[in-house]
Design a binder for this molecule. Structure first.
Ligand SMILES: [Ca+2]
Ligand SMILES: [Ca+2]
Length: 327
């Protein structure tokens, strides 16, 4: 394994973390929905061993997994060394069957290896491991493991405990992971996000037409949607500069067409930013502010001018229905 172990062992001496204490005591993974800030290293439960130029772990919205937040493992393009992301302070009791489950997707198909492992005191034992094929689609992976050996871990001491490891070595494809479960019995169902998600055009898409149907999957509790659109990230993020396009019940908005925002058409060479806040006045948590998404309409010369017929037909269909002009 990595030469950084010694360093981590040093860090470990300052740790004093009790095992999963409060909510979800049945699940040994803390912050397993990533709704709390992700603390990596000595102050938290998440760790990395890496020998590539790794940019880190973060919590992101919009991963379309469970709830509004998930963990993003961002790996620089071209990196191909070892990278292990892991959660420490676990315990495996003799005779217990554990359910091991998580949701994940990747920017492109790739393999990761999931391992329940021990370190120094347990002589680098792999108690359980499974190779998992991730795809671009969110999927839930669930396994069972009967721990027949002696009880291990659960000491709260970094060097004595058991780790859950996501081994990302050998590929630079980013992953998104969420809803991680190690418990006696299955995890609860994933949580539908309250924020708008799955934008179309996709975030940061190159969009070659001058009108578009902006659409999204509504949040679980949404009754209506506040839509913001403009050419400034900050204005859209802040809801300033005339970017508010109104509150609506439909989960799409036609733009770049007469009678809609940007009636003269989207302008080639422009990046457009948009955001959808989900609204339900009966829910005290409303509004659920959305991520700022963007798409770019490229300069005409640089791209094939043939329009995307699929997008056009969809837009036309929606527009006709929306305007009440029949089929
Ligand atoms: Ca989550
Ligand atoms: Ca990458």
């Amino acid at each position: 394994m990595s030469r950084k172990i010694l360093c981590l062992i040093c860090f470990a001496s300052v740790l004093s973390i009790a095992l999963a204490s409060t909510a979800d005591a049945q699940n040994q993974i803390s912050n397993w929905e990533f709704d709390e800030p992700l603390v990596v290293g000595t102050e938290g439960d998440w760790w990395m061993w890496e020998d590539i130029n790794f940019t880190g772990l973060s919590v992101v919205q919009d991963a379309a997994l469970s709830g509004d937040n998930a963990m993003h493992v961002a790996i620089p393009d071209g990196a191909s060394g070892s990278l292990q992301v892991y959660h420490s302070y676990l315990k495996l009791e003799q005779g217990v069957t554990y359910t091991i489950s998580f949701m994940a997707r990747a920017d492109a198909p790739r393999t990761i290896t999931v391992v329940l492992m021990g370190r120094t005191l347990y002589n680098w034992s792999w108690f359980w491991s499974q190779e998992v094929e991730l795809t671009t689609e969110p999927q839930t992976y669930t396994f069972e493991y009967l721990h027949t050996g002696a009880t291990v871990g659960g000491t709260g001491n970094f060097n004595d405990d058991i780790d859950w490891c996501f081994d990302h070595g050998g590929s630079d494809v980013d992953t998104y992971i969420d809803h991680i479960w190690l418990g006696e019995g299955p995890p609860p169902l994933p949580i539908a996000p309250d924020s708008a998600h799955d934008p179309s055009p996709a975030d940061e898409a190159v969009y070659t037409d001058t009108w578009a149907t902006l659409s999204w999957i509504p949040g679980e509790s949404a009754v209506s949607h506040d839509v913001y659109l403009g050419e400034s990230f900050d204005d859209v993020n802040d809801g300033t500069g005339g970017t508010f396009q109104g509150n609506q019940e439909l989960a799409f908005l036609v733009v770049g067409f007469v009678g809609f925002p940007y009636p003269d058409g989207l302008v080639p060479g422009t990046t457009y930013y948009w955001r959808v806040d989900e609204i339900n006045d009966a829910d005290p948590n409303s509004p659920w502010k959305g991520m700022v998404w963007s798409f770019i309409v490229p300069p005409k010369k640089a791209y094939d001018p043939v329009p995307n017929n699929g997008v056009n037909m969809t837009a036309l269909f929606l527009l006709k229905n929306y305007m009440g002009h029949g089929r």
